[in-house]
Ligand binder design. Structure first.
Ligand code: SF4
Ligand code: SF4
Length: 460
């Protein structure tokens, strides 16, 4: 499937995209149109963020513009420049589902969306707006407005348990995070013999998808076949992830369509919703309930920090005190960071990789037996999902540093201000285990929330 494409009519061959591509997937001569080698592309969308060559209605005329816009699957409300490097949109499928009375539309939106979507409406970079996001999704017409932050908490319950089991029972270490689909694809493409190091946990998006069509159907008294499941993501690779053949644990496709943060902006404009006038609303319960640990999944180091907050309790049976919840040694933006964290009698050695361009030396260390870590977080985008390929595109390149800094700050502010900051304290997480999943890494969880990878069929 084509997720990311370069329009040869628009590409000038400046090769700016080639410089940011972490998968060496863009080929072509300078000053000539470039081509993406689909087998190598990890669909991260960093080329989409970088490309500055465009057509516009003013410069190229309405007819050509309309033709290009339609080819990308974009609605008529889109009037902004269309860039050479772009992702193919599925917004029309969402519009059709919203207009179909037989569909029960359920939506989830990732942690990094709420710190960036307001930028599409002229608000300052990194404005935090979960309440307006929930209100806008409801006004657009989604019947249930749930939240990926909930399933980020669920991921921590599963991944934390898996890590403790691997450490105490002698499983494959180090364990790598698996919530970034571009990273997973990179490893599968380039070093499939190492995929046994990936956590078997699906990403938060792909955990909530099958939950919508099983538990979600039950609590809403709905036929699972009528549910149309939509994800709003900061990431262009999520559309690829949801189309993987393994992602049908509910007995059907778990997530039907993914829209990026940018495309959500188009959707809100299509319905003529005035962002400035939106009153804040809450996400629907229980699958919209979240803690600060779920929120920080959107920044580099956040999954690690969330896992440590819960892992500490799993290992010691005690709670981290309020002043110890901020795990400062794992924060930062350096490409590869290391830390050693005391967890009871265990010294947990961790690593954090951000920007996939930094991964190969770490994988070389692993192959040489020199990577002394229990757990490694990997995110493809420069500072984690806040800087994802599907986030608002900034026309002025110099603004990116501020955007990433402000979105990170908004994420940590959101975490700090929430009453609960550890995944295992989320009452709705307790409810879904009590009523449905029973226990982390149990039978039902393995069926719905875990997966396997190319090269890892032999188990862990
Ligand atoms: S989407 Fe990412 S991996 Fe694919 S060509 Fe663009 S930058 Fe490279
Ligand atoms: S896709 Fe955009 S950034 Fe890449 S070479 Fe073409 S014009 Fe330049």
């Amino acid at each position: 499937m084509t997720v990311i494409s370069i329009d040869k009519d628009i590409c000038t061959g400046c090769q700016e995209c080639t410089k940011v591509c972490p998968a060496y997937a863009i080929e072509g001569n300078p000053h000539e149109p470039q081509t993406i080698v689909e087998e190598r592309c990890v669909m991260c969308g960093q080329c989409v963020q970088k490309c500055k060559s465009y057509i516009s209605i003013i410069d190229h005329g309405a007819a050509l513009y309309a033709e290009k816009r339609a080819a990308r699957g974009l609605p008529e409300v889109v009037k902004e420049p269309l860039f050479a490097a772009h992702n193919v949109s599925h917004i029309n499928e969402v519009l059709n589902a919203l207009a179909d009375p037989s569909k029960v539309t359920m939506v989830q939106s990732a942690p990094a969306v709420r710190v960036a979507i307001a930028e599409e409406f002229g608000m300052p970079l990194g404005t935090l707006s979960p309440g307006k996001l929930a209100a806008a999704l409801r006004k657009v017409g989604f019947k249930k407005v749930y939240d990926t932050d909930f399933s980020a908490d669920l991921t921590i319950m599963e991944e934390g348990t898996e890590l403790v089991q691997r450490v105490t029972k002698g499983g494959t270490l180090p364990m790598f995070t698996s919530c970034c689909p571009a990273w997973v694809r990179y490893l599968e493409n380039n070093r499939p013999h190492l995929t046994k190091h990936l956590s078997t946990c699906k990403s938060p998006q792909q955990m909530l998808g099958p939950v919508f069509k099983t538990f979600g159907a039950k609590i809403n008294n709905t036929d699972p076949q009528s549910i149309f499941s939509v994800s709003i993501m900061p990431c262009t690779c999520k559309e690829f992830e949801c189309s993987r053949p393994e992602m049908n644990s509910s007995g059907m496709r778990d997530v039907d369509v993914v829209l990026t943060t940018r495309e959500l902006g188009y959707l809100i404009k299509h319905f003529n919703i005035d962002w400035a006038k939106l009153q804040e609303e809450e996400f629907d319960m229980p699958l919209g309930d979240y803690t600060g640990a779920g929120v920080i999944f959107g920044v580099t180091g956040g999954v690690m920090e969330a896992a440590i907050r819960t892992g500490y309790t799993l290992v010691t049976g005690k709670e981290l005190g309020e002043k110890d919840v901020d795990i400062m040694p794992v924060r930062g933006t350096d490409g590869f960071r290391r830390a050693a964290i005391k967890v009871g009698d265990l010294t947990l050695k961790v690593g954090i990789v951000t920007n996939l361009k930094n991964i190969d030396p770490v994988l070389d260390q692993l192959e040489n037996g020199a990577l002394d870590c229990h757990f490694v977080e990997v995110m493809t985008c420069p500072q984690g999902c806040v800087s994802g390929g599907g986030q608002p595109k900034l026309f002025n390149e110099a603004e990116y540093a501020d955007a990433w800094k402000n979105r990170r700050k908004a994420t940590f502010d959101c975490d700090k201000n929430l009453p609960k900051r550890k995944s295992h304290e989320n009452p709705s997480i307790k409810k879904i285990y009590d009523e449905f999943l029973k226990e982390p890494c149990g039978h039902e969880s393995h069926h719905l929330l875990h997966t396997h990878y190319k090269g890892s069929e032999g188990g862990h």
